[in-house]
Design a binder for this molecule. Sequence first.
Ligand SMILES: Nc1ncnc2c1ncn2[C@@H]1O[C@H](COP(=O)(O)OP(=O)(O)OP(=O)(O)O)[C@@H](O)[C@H]1O
Length: 275
Amino acid sequence: MTDTLEAIRELDATDAESDEIVLSARDVTVAFGDKVILDKLSLDITRGEILGFVGASGAGKSVLLRTVLGLNKKQSGTIKLFGIDTDKASDTDRLKIDMRLGVLFQHGALFSALTVLENVQVPMREYLDMPKQLMDELALLKIELVGLPADAAQKFPSELSGGMIKRAALARALALDPDIVFLDEPTSGLDPIGAADFDELVAKLRDTMGLTVYMVTHDLDSLFSVCDRVAVLGKKKVLVEGTIEDMLKSEEPWVKSYFRGKRARQLDLSGREKA
Ligand SMILES: Nc1ncnc2c1ncn2[C@@H]1O[C@H](COP(=O)(O)OP(=O)(O)OP(=O)(O)O)[C@@H](O)[C@H]1O
């Protein structure tokens, strides 16, 4: 399996240079029974960008995320990851794709019966065949990378603060050195300082590892401080996309009230709350 991994990584190195669009969704329609949630939605994410994905509660942000990850079926449309059409992917292609994705689900979703170290090792055990000592060393590196103290490795999720749980879940999402991470409301439940620290970590990982980040969020601070681009989900598709400056100029009613409403006015452009 390690040889397979090497072969996949070599292939990926070539793909990585040529594929600028990491994720491409075209005319994606998803329905549950006769209830259409997404209707011909299209969206691209470029390598190395941090995309903030926003929209009203219940608009379908999680449904899109789950569809991209292959956890929900779509009725029609195309989803390409790293240039590979996920409907046409062979088993080897699917393995290649899955190994290049990291996911941080809402609420962290750590396994409560496993320590932080063991949680981080879950994807390693699933996809790689490596000696325990090497796996321990790699997991510790990821734990350090997300700013957790080394002694957090042997703790169980119930012994961690909310911010530490998010970091541990991020360490697990980074276990296989993915190209793109999907973060579902990563700062929800964190205090403003913890949330700002987490945003800073995400930006640092993008800068140092060239990570592409797809972040579903309701957090205006995150959108202002770390997102390069914002996509707004509304009316079952991507209603508006662009920079924060574009959002601030938009006359689309939901975008206007979200970015220029009462809550938004308490923020300045650097994302910090005004005194
Ligand atoms: N498996 C499912 N079966 C039926 N309906 C579903 C299913 N999953 C999601 N839905 C419906 O799809 C709609 C969109 O849900 P989704 O969780 O994607 O919203 P969201 O934009 O992520 O909301 P929030 O910001 O509150 O998390 C909701 O009406 C939800 O009830």
